[in-house]
Design a protein around this ligand. Structure first.
Ligand SMILES: Nc1ncnc2c1ncn2[C@@H]1O[C@H](COP(=O)(O)OP(=O)(O)OP(=O)(O)O)[C@@H](O)[C@H]1O
Ligand SMILES: [Mg+2]
Length: 236
């Protein structure tokens, strides 16, 4: 059994990235929503799909909710890592995936469709890409915050472990990071004309964790975190 007991009531689940599990002292506490933060091309979608692949490879159900990137592109991109994502259910709420005019639609369809999916299939893991798009669609920060909170509640009540993607380049903490049970941040920097990457855990309720930034790379088999190395470069 892959899951390890961290104490009487909290089980940890592996992320699919052994270096990250080491940073998390065994993995993510099961059944909670987490945030994955990073700028464009930081590796957020790859990390979340790698996380879902752990479940589908075990015969469990997993769901990728996309609000922007068309699902056929996601599947094509992930095939580069040798991942057969055909068993990952995709809920395409992107404008291309819907007949309705999204800008003028009542955004409640987002929660309704997710609720319907969650009640018809028992998903162990869910990726939600992204809360940033949700925020842009809602006409006030207040409404967006309530919507994100209700999605996190729905996912937690379904007892599934979820990763919600948040696109940001700034140092400012997005409001989602206060709502999520844990926050993992992906950094990129240019050093001597070369892109370098690092991963850090910003918060993780209910467990201690490695507070260092660790280097990571995107390889032909996905994300690899060097949990025993220090990221020396300066990342914003
Ligand atoms: N096969 C591959 N081998 C190595 N690196 C790759 C490979 N495919 C993609 N990458 C790297 O991963 C990046 C894309 O990762 P990903 O799609 O997870 O980013 P993201 O954080 O989701 O970005 P966005 O905010 O644009 O959605 C690319 O910019 C590239 O640097
Ligand atoms: Mg992405």
């Amino acid at each position: 059994m892959e899951q390890a007991k961290s104490n009487m009531s909290m089980r940890k689940v592996h992320t699919g990235i052994s270096g990250l599990d080491k940073m998390l002292q065994g993995g993510l506490i099961e059944g909670r929503p987490y945030l994955i933060i990073g700028g464009p091309g930081a590796g957020k979608s790859i990390l979340t799909m790698q996380f879902l692949m752990v479940s589908v490879n075990r015969g469990e159900n997993a769901l990728y909710v996309t609000l922007e990137e068309p699902y056929n592109e996601i599947r094509q991109n992930m095939a580069n890592f040798g991942w057969d994502t055909s068993k990952v259910r995709i809920l395409d709420l992107s404008p291309e995936g819907r007949v309705a005019d999204v800008e003028n639609a009542n955004l409640d369809y987002l929660t309704t469709e997710l609720e319907a999916e969650m009640s018809s299939v028992k998903h162990k893991r869910v990726a939600f890409d992204s809360t940033t798009t949700l925020r842009l669609l809602d006409d006030s920060t207040f409404k967006a915050r309530r919507r994100i909170l209700s999605i996190m509640k729905l996912l937690a009540n379904s007892n599934c472990t979820s990763l919600l993607i948040c696109e940001t380049d700034t140092k400012e903490q997005p409001m989602e990071s206060f709502l999520a049970r844990g926050v993992i941040k992906l950094y990129t920097a240019m050093v001597s004309g070369e892109k370098v990457r690092a991963i850090g855990i910003e918060k993780m309720r209910g467990t201690s964790f490695d507070e260092h930034l660790r280097p990571f790379s995107i390889t032909s088999t996905g994300i690899q975190v060097a949990a025993d190395e220090i990221a020396f470069e300066s990342f914003d």
